[in-house]
Ligand binder design. Structure first.
Ligand SMILES: Cc1cc2nc3c(=O)[nH]c(=O)nc-3n(C[C@H](O)[C@H](O)[C@H](O)COP(=O)(O)O)c2cc1C
Length: 413
């Protein structure tokens, strides 16, 4: 596969980079010793700051020897040179990584508390900051932690989500710190400008729900997986991603802006607004084609042998965007049960789509499965058809085609 991170990516990753590692007080601190080894082997210079709690788990000596640098454990320690150490470290670093990141340091960073060396370094950081949270799964699920994580994301911090599995406390669930190798990969990616850097991508995902009465609605089987895979991949390639999604079965990826909607009309309003600020629009949502003419205020009672429900067509969002795209690149999805290729190319033409992704409903394809089989058209030309692949792989291939589109040049900022 092409190097989708673009020509400028540093082959081999981290050579010559300066990484400031902030270790806080969790069992996973022992994994950060390996992280330092990997960073040093990759050519990074590493300096380490430890919270007081972190020193209860691993000694500063371990990090001192591995990093080949003194370790900072106190804001007020006497130094050989008169320096304000937290400011000096913050200026020095190309990237700051908090690993493990306790619930406590996450809360302090979200609030802007600066009461000891670890939190003060984070508040004065000028470089991008990554957090690798590690904690018991109940702590990770706690609404206070969720709120603090959301705050950090909206402040532009990068969160490396913890993995799931057996935790040191004996519980099982999400909370295990990202593996050191994954943290290194995330750091490498952060230094490599992606091939969608500077491009604003709008992605829609999921289904819509059209209410019949207070308890019933019309919907479809879309899980949100395909759109989420595209949003995640676009962000990994450096795009600024706005995601508009309806009800879904899976957690949404971290993106730059997110709007949740329920009905086709809400989807239309949100997408129309976001479209004005995008360069590329990928419409992977399965928007209902029909909605009840009238929503009943009360629950419809069973009466007689049959019941007629009058539906009207919803507005065709893709068509309306295609008509006013003014140079933007629009990618549509077609889910067809018959005459797939003919219908997909006709739809692309009629709706003004630059690319059309054809997929078919099936047990392993289309709406709810984690896999898909896609055929991609650029206007009328068939670019490729895949075998059964994961939706993540399908997202890579779709964005490879978009990223190679010469028209993208004019949007790069
Ligand atoms: C044995 C033990 C293990 C702990 N593991 C974690 C952990 O994995 N994640 C976490 O958020 N807190 C953990 N804690 C609690 C933190 O150490 C505590 O909240 C501390 O105040 C964190 O300080 P710091 O954020 O300044 O490092 C643990 C405490 C103990 C005693």
């Amino acid at each position: 596969m092409r190097n989708r991170r673009g020509k400028n990516s540093r082959e081999g990753g981290l050579s010559g980079t300066k990484i400031l590692l902030v270790v806080t007080g969790g069992i996973a601190a022992y994994k950060s010793a390996l992280l330092v080894r990997l960073l040093k082997c990759g050519g990074s210079e590493v300096r380490v700051v430890m919270s007081a709690a972190a020193t209860e788990f691993v000694t500063p000596l371990t990090f001192e020897i591995l990093s080949e640098n003194p370790v900072s454990i106190s804001m007020f320690a006497r130094r050989e040179r008169p320096v304000v150490e937290h400011v000096e470290l913050s200026k020095w670093a190309d990237r700051v990584v908090v690993a493990p990141a306790t619930a406590d340091i996450i809360a302090k960073a979200a609030l802007g508390v600066a009461d000891e060396i670890a939190s003060t370094v984070l508040l004065s950081a000028r470089a991008p900051v990554m957090f690798a949270p590690a904690m018991n799964e109940a702590m990770w699920a706690n609404p206070a932690v969720r709120r603090n994580i959301e705050t950090l994301v909206s402040d532009g911090k990068i969160i490396l989500d913890p993995g799931s599995g057996a935790l040191a406390c004996g519980d099982v669930g999400p909370g295990r710190m990202a593996e050191p190798e994954d943290i290194v990969r995330a750091l490498e990616a952060s230094f490599a400008p992606g091939d969608l850097a500077g491009i604003r991508v709008l992605v829609t995902a999921g289904r819509t729900e059209e209410e019949i009465d207070p308890v019933r609605y019309i919907t479809n089987r879309s899980s949100g997986r395909m759109g989420f895979a595209i949003a995640r991949e676009a962000r990994a390639r450096g795009a600024h991603v706005t995601l508009v999604h309806g009800p879904v079965d899976v957690p949404a990826p971290r993106v730059d802006a997110i709007e949740r909607v329920a009905t086709a009309a809400e989807m239309k309003a949100a997408v129309t607004k976001a479209f004005a600020r995008c360069d590329v629009c990928v419409m992977a949502a399965a928007v209902s084609d029909f909605t009840p003419v009238r929503r009943r205020a009360g629950k419809i009672k069973r009466a007689g042998k049959s019941f007629e429900l009058e539906l009207r067509s919803t507005e065709d969002i893709l068509s309306s965007l295609g008509k006013r795209k003014e140079g933007r690149i629009v990618v549509g999805f077609a889910l067809e049960t018959e005459n797939g290729e003919a219908n997909a190319t006709r739809k692309a033409r009629e709706k003004g789509c630059d690319y059309m992704v054809l997929n078919a409903p099936g047990k392993k394809t289309g709406f709810s499965a984690p896999t898909n089989q896609i055929t991609l058209f650029k206007e009328r030309k068939k670019l490729f058809a895949t075998p059964l692949i994961s939706k993540d792989e399908a997202a890579v291939l779709i964005l490879d085609a978009v990223a190679a589109d010469g028209r993208l040049k004019r949007f790069r900022r």
